[in-house]
Write a protein that binds this ligand. Structure first.
Ligand SMILES: [Zn+2]
Length: 252
């Protein structure tokens, strides 16, 4: 997940050749020589748990994986529980942290790198508790407070997702959640958070259920999403982007 600090007015696809980019999107920092080798919308095979690291970049012992985009089947089905808390899991979690950092997001779920397992990582400030939280949940369950039945505020309640590059839409979320699950070693862990951090937890937990935030928008915003989805081409499998290599879809 990536929290959008800008209001959801209109939209911009991540693809730099599409016309919907906002003015200034070209100003993202990559140099000309690099621009020459950036594919406009490259297609890579999503890396599965047994498919090796095709399309990934290995850096200092950790691997940055391509992030798959809406339409990739692994994003739209329930992830499988992790059974083995072994070294392969540790490597996968390390890679997820590396990919999250390269993408400048605040949370990343395993299906977003093509791995259909119940794992998500997060790394962000908890503004309510005034601490930075960085961690992983394996096989999580989530208990949430009631969600207010009012319209979401585009200025303060807009979300973005690394798998829906360049777009953001407002959505109501529960104010307080408790997430329980396992850590990388299979030890039980639990976290109760409020506010913005609770939003991150809900967004990432939803990924493991095969649900993206754009699937849960209210009627008004859902219409805008459907239109953007069509124009951006976020409705077919096989699209991904590489954090740290491709132009940042959110302009960081
Ligand atoms: Zn997301």
């Amino acid at each position: 997940m990536l929290f959008a600090h800008t209001p959801a007015n209109g939209f911009s696809c991540w693809n730099p050749v599409l016309p919907q980019r906002p003015h200034g999107y070209h100003d993202v920092s990559f140099n000309d020589s690099r621009e020459d080798i950036i594919p406009n919308r490259h297609r890579v095979r999503a890396p599965g748990p047994t498919s090796g690291n095709a399309g990934s970049i290995r850096l200092l012992g950790m691997t940055i994986h391509p992030i798959v985009v809406y339409g990739e089947p692994v994003l739209h089905r329930r992830a499988e529980p992790v059974a083995e808390f072994d070294s392969a899991l540790h490597t996968l979690i390390d890679d997820m942290f590396e990919t999250l950092a390269a993408s400048k997001g605040v949370g990343l779920a395993a299906p977003q790198i093509g791995v259909g397992q119940q794992i998500f990582v997060y790394d962000a400030d908890d503004e309510v508790a005034e601490v930075r939280r960085r961690g992983v949940f394996v096989n999580p369950v989530l208990v949430a407070s009631k969600i207010e039945d009012v319209r979401p505020d585009p200025d303060t309640e807009s979300e973005g997702c690394l798998s829906v590059p360049g777009l953001d839409f407002p959505i109501k979320r529960a104010h307080r959640v408790t997430v329980s699950g396992k850590d990388a070693d299979g030890q039980p862990i639990s976290l109760t958070v409020e506010g913005w951090f609770a939003r991150i937890m809900q967004h990432e937990f939803d990924h493991l259920q095969g649900t993206l935030y754009v699937d849960k928008l209210d009627k008004r915003w859902s219409k805008k999403w459907k239109r953007a989805q069509e124009e951006c081409g976020y409705d077919e499998p096989g699209i991904s982007w590489m954090p740290g290599t491709d132009p940042d879809p959110f302009g960081h």
